[in-house]
Design a protein around this ligand. Structure first.
Ligand SMILES: *Cc1c(COP(=O)(O)O)cnc(C)c1O
Length: 430
């Protein structure tokens, strides 16, 4: 086992002053029954912990690091911007530039507003949908994560159409009662909801490729169905592309599938590793926002010049390197390695990939929604996590998380990962 003494000491110290020792729960490694390591630095596809252990990283700061860690273009852009001032609270030119880029990249976006996190983006998209339609109810799907917004931290009730129940202490039942949580990939459930509540539903919000329950794809025709039924009932369709945006393709899932949502939430990759979110869509809807419209939304640090400069630099570099095409090639190599390893051990574990995002489920058979993921062998996953980590490869510490490949993952890194994966699987299944 790798030595992690300094990490252990830091974690003990952290727990005394930070709840659970972490500033975001998944970092606590609870789902793999262990303690997290503390990071010293990160560069390219590699990270080093404070004890000096080196790892090939497939978490990529949970998505943003699409060029790899600490890319020089982003560092240069941030340093340059910082010299002009780190925050103004007055418009700056970077805001216009990134808004134009997002409009050009993302098919459905005519206007966009920048915020500081994905959570803020989905929170405001929901408020805007309610303000625009004059309706209160929203539909979300089990297994889709949209940040820690009150009305989106709602689990399904016992029957598909019973009222939602809060998925966190501190979320009032009254809020949860406005959210219907339905199973993903089950059109009947959505039809039933619209039959019952049609004129009260402001919007459907979803991850078009759910990537916070492993990585799941919509069945043939499912997204088209959601587009049609929302249109028919005067509800908005909101794609949460915080994870998939600028990642699976330049224009996100909506570009891949050719479906135009009314609103899109964005984040992660567009911040270049700085705290950024955004939401955008049809101009007619976006103009409902203050100061032009009645829906209030604001932010002291929104459109921060450092964050905007980082995002602009990252997107430009992706464009310059034909990044999305290259990520597909690296992703294919990664997939080939995993599938070879699975063949070698004679297991048909379910593996999903789109471009540079992937998930290996520790189960066989189809995975269409989060109920399917619950059939995974979590014990095998846990063993796999610690075994690969010990061999120098860091995969996400939960079966419910996707993995991310970056442009900095070279062929040798992918080869090494395939080897480590095969060895770990052999240990578990022999
Ligand atoms: C990460 C994520 C969010 C929340 O973004 P934060 O920046 O963590 O607030 C929302 N939606 C999806 C799909 C995400 O993956």
């Amino acid at each position: 086992m790798a030595e992690r003494d300094l990490s252990s000491k830091l974690f003990a110290a952290a727990r005394e002053v930070i709840p659970g020792g972490v500033n975001s729960p998944v970092r606590a490694f609870r789902s793999v029954d262990g303690d997290p390591f503390f990071i010293q630095r990160a560069r390219g596809c590699r990270i080093w912990d404070v004890d000096g252990n080196e790892m090939i990283d497939y978490v990529g700061t949970w998505g943003p690091a699409i060029l790899g860690h600490a890319p020089s273009v982003v560092i240069d852009a941030v340093s340059h911007a910082a010299k002009e001032g780190v925050s103004f609270g007055i418009p700056n030119r970077h805001e216009v530039e990134i808004a134009r880029m997002i409009r050009d990249y993302v098919p459905s976006v005519e206007k966009v507003r920048m915020v500081n996190s994905g959570t803020e983006a989905t929170m405001t998209a929901i408020r805007l949908a309610r303000g625009y339609t004059g309706r209160d109810k929203i539909i979300k799907f089990e297994g889709c994560y949209h940040g820690h917004v009150d009305s989106l931290l709602v689990a399904a009730g016992s029957g598909a159409l019973t009222l939602g129940k809060p998925d966190s202490a501190g979320v009032p039942d009254d809020f949860a009662s406005l959210t219907m949580t339905l199973p993903y990939n089950r059109p009947e459930a959505v039809e039933e909801a619209f039959e019952k509540e049609g004129e009260n539903i402001a919007a459907i919000i979803l991850e078009p490729y759910p990537a916070n329950a492993g990585l799941i794809f919509p069945n043939e025709g499912y997204l088209e169905f959601l587009r049609e039924i929302t249109e028919k009932h005067g509800a908005l369709l909101i794609f949460d592309e915080v994870m998939t945006g600028f990642r699976v393709a330049k224009g996100g899932v909506q570009e891949l599938v050719g479906i135009t949502p009314d609103l899109t939430a964005m984040g992660k990759v567009i911040g270049g590793g700085l705290p950024v979110g955004a939401f955008g869509g049809k101009a007619e809807i976006m103009d409902y926002l203050a100061p032009d419209g009645p829906v209030y939304q604001a932010g002291t640090l929104s459109g921060n010049p450092l964050a905007m400069a980082a995002g602009i630099a990252q997107l430009k570099e992706m464009e310059r390197l034909d990044g999305w095409q290259r990520l597909e090639e690296i992703g294919q190599q990664f997939e080939d390695g995993v599938r070879d390893a699975l063949n070698e051990i004679g297991r048909d574990l379910t593996f999903h990939r789109v471009g540079s995002m992937f998930c290996l489920f520790f189960m066989e058979g189809k995975v269409e929604n989060v109920d399917d993921v619950k059939n995974s062998d979590f014990d095998a996953f846990r063993k796999f996590f610690w075994s690969t980590l010990d061999k120098g490869v860091y995969f996400a510490p939960s079966q419910y998380e996707a993995g991310f490949i970056s442009l900095a993952h070279a062929a040798e890194d992918i080869d090494k990962t395939a080897e480590v994966t095969r060895d770990a699987l052999k240990e578990i299944y022999s």
